[in-house]
Write a protein that binds this ligand. Sequence first.
Ligand code: GLC
Length: 652
Amino acid sequence: MEIPAQTGDLPFGSASKKDGGLCWKYALAKDDKIFGLGETMRGINKRGYVFESVNTDQPNQDESTKSLYGSHNFFIVFGKKTFGVFIDYPGRVVFDLGFAKCDELCVQIERADVDIYFFTCSKKAGALKEIAREFRTLVGKSYIAPKWAFGFCQSRWGYASKDDIEKVWKTYRKLGFPLDSICMDIDYMEDYKDFTVDSKKFPNFKDFVQRLKKDGTRLVPIIDAGVKKEAGYSVYQEMIAGGYDCKKKDGATFEAGVWPGDSVFADFLNPKAREWFGKQYKALLDAGIEGFWNDMNEPALFYTKENLKKTFVQLEQFKSKALDVTGLFDFMRIANSVCNNKDDYKSFYHKVNKDDAGSFAATKPDKDGKVLVNHYDIHNLYGYNMTRGASQAFKALNPAGHTLLYSRSSYIGAHRYGGVWTGDNHAYWGDILLSLQQIVSLNLCGFLYTGSDIGGFNANTSRDLLLRWTAFALFTPLFRNHSARGTREQEYYQFENPKDFKSMVQLRYALIPYLYSEYLKAAKNDGLYARALAFDFSDDKRACAVNDQILIGNEIMVAPVYVQNAIGRYVYLPETMTMVEWKNGKIAAQKKLSKGDHFIEVPMESVVFFVRKGKKLPLAKAAPCVDKIDWTKLNFVGDPKASYELVDLSSF
Ligand code: GLC
């Protein structure tokens, strides 16, 4: 339901006006849990901390981080009363989920012009799944990635030439690894100019794309939101000539620095600009490219000249002072505030239809009925609209094709156009657990095609971390090993005994008929591919509190090891399950385990997963690429009496 700006009693909690905005409060019962909020830090149950929706380029995330790249303002309160809440607001929202007061949930929305939806279910059993489904009925069907996008993807920021990429491809093939794609990070472009390919570093690009594709390996280039400001560069020129750029209040083009240096930004909220930007993908589609990742689209702003100028003036004053500790900290705070500065976000505008702008209009309508909206007020919609534009363009430019698309920044609804990856994590053990927690929360918000940078993006990975991470990530739709420039190289062949990694990648391919079927079922039925145990075992108090085991599809439970030097872990089974151990490219053991607690030993080179009671799942023979998997020759694990329904896009 939608609440008008006035305050008063609501189906759950109450709302009041506060500081020009709206504050919704709900009294939490002792055992209430809160699931959702998509891409955020911390556990599956979000209770006990405070989160913010402000899409942020966040390379230094830790447990205290309140906002990441996306804003997903949907959560379910599960307990004494069970209901879902969706706060449809494009700007800053603060979610205090029992932080200031342990038993109070308080959502503070910056302005009162907001739609709040509540979702309920009359039955107790299955209420969590039903509420999640109702929410998706409102926000729309999830994007479906092509099947090959479930294959293994190798990526690294630093592959700078055809030779670099060829080396990755050849080495994996020589070692007999399955491989479906290699990402091309910013270095493939000419001076980081979107939609260009550096022909010196990538001669005969089209041939190269085709040669790899024949072998079953697709190239997946990155596209950044910031477009280099450079006279003669057609994308820049067209953007300015067409008036598709974000502008400042005085009508001048808004400029900020990102990877290419001084850059300009398409006004993705303007349908014409969105369409124009979408058309730019054509050059790469024509070269045979079938997948893209949209990046830096919060948008990340490293600096603006205006802000730099102000900052230099402020820093200059420190020169004449003898710096004490407080002064030094002030100095560093001011210097650090240059990136992604709130004042910069407040300094530019989008042009939208008067009726779409509502109370966000910052100007009177012009002769075409358009008004300006300040970027800050609708900040969280920027990446969403970049992804939306790309997706709409793919349908128009390549109607017969099926293009892979995932984005860093997003908002509720972007799940209709593409997937998301969880951004710049670290090679930290806790980030394996974090990725598990983010994946279920993202699924709840409709984003089914998700995954984390396996092995960690920032910091140096280690062999054991990469093995344990892979053993979990092989169950997630996006299965991509990605790392930052300057970190230890982490392609699987960089470590001793690559066959241990190969065995895990082979399991991924053996599982693809199952994983893709479950993914399609979730997309079709507005269901959840990955979910917390509470969704299927809501009467089991122990299961509802589990924070580090999840269900994948309807047949599997996974419980990854995410502690260094652990020889295994405790696993809680909410029902009898069959434990399956995969080792050396095949099933090494199967054992029925009763409901309850078990210590499960997991050797470093093994993957262990659990098949649920009365269920079985198919395993194919691993193949060099997804297209070569034979879906007709399958073995089954689990209960032989059970049945299993395979679903492919053709039968969709
Ligand atoms: C951003 C992305 C990362 C990418 C890097 C360089 O940090 O999140 O994945 O490698 O930019 O393009």
